[in-house]
Write a protein that binds this ligand. Structure first.
Ligand code: 6GU
Length: 227
């Protein structure tokens, strides 16, 4: 799986990419992440990539010309032009079924907006998938793009130690329940004890207890998942 991330803040990514699971997947050649600075594709002598909105209003708009130039150049860097994704709070909200659908792509090109967003013609020309990660406003699409990469790489075979676990998680197709509480040693921490049933060795009882805990937590916190 290959990601190309188009941003005005490329330095936000190496820290995240250098850690744990993703770092290992990159080192093993299972995942590739290439970060590109859209400013490098400006034809303006001051490397300008934004301008004031027609019709007035606050903020600056990312210009169509450098953004399209950048996307076309990046698409040329591999055979598969890839699924183009624009990160925007106006997009479809990311959920686990969408993660699982996107995980079938071999290549994705993620555009991160800043300022007041992209010139509408960027969207009209590229016909991208527009994605949001939730109903709140971030300062830009960079953190949201990391969320997309993070959720997708877990679906790539060989990235997780135990492949099964990515599909067993809450919100996967087969599971619309929150997870039950887990414990490890010690049995007693300053009077806070591990539930007796988990120490019983009775696997049937443990399974029943876990199911009941999942259901109770889901009912209390996320009734919407049960409907
Ligand atoms: Cl993708 N971008 C921004 N700027 N804010 C967001 C978002 C994206 N998703 C949720 N909030």
């Amino acid at each position: 799986m290959r990601f190309d991330i188009l941003t005005l803040f490329p330095d936000m990514f190496p820290g995240y990419m250098g850690q744990s699971l993703l770092n290992k997947a990159i080192e093993n050649g299972i995942v590739e992440v290439h970060v590109h600075n859209m400013r490098d594709w400006s034809t303006d002598k001051h490397n300008k990539i934004d301008d004031r909105p027609y019709g007035g209003g606050p903020g600056m708009i990312l210009s169509v010309q450098p953004v399209i130039r950048c996307v076309k150049a990046v698409q040329e860097m591999a055979d598969d032009p890839g699924q183009v994704i624009v990160m925007t709070p106006q997009g479809e909200r990311l959920c686990q079924p969408t993660v699982e659908r996107l995980a079938t792509n071999k290549r994705m090109i993620l555009l991160c907006g800043r300022y007041e967003g992209f010139d509408q013609r960027v969207i009209d020309i590229l016909d991208p998938l527009e994605l949001s990660i939730g109903d709140y406003i971030l300062n830009g699409g960079e953190v949201a793009a990391m969320v997309v990469v993070d959720s997708l790489v877990r679906m790539v075979p060989g990235v997780l130690g135990d492949q099964q676990s990515s599909w067993d998680d809450s919100f996967s197709r087969g599971n619309r329940m929150l997870e039950y509480p887990q414990y490890t040693r010690p049995r007693d921490f300053e009077g806070h004890e591990v539930p007796e049933v988990l120490l019983s060795g009775n696997h049937k009882q443990i399974e029943q207890w876990r199911k009941a805990q999942s259901l109770a937590k889901t009912k209390m916190r996320r009734q919407d998942l049960l409907e």
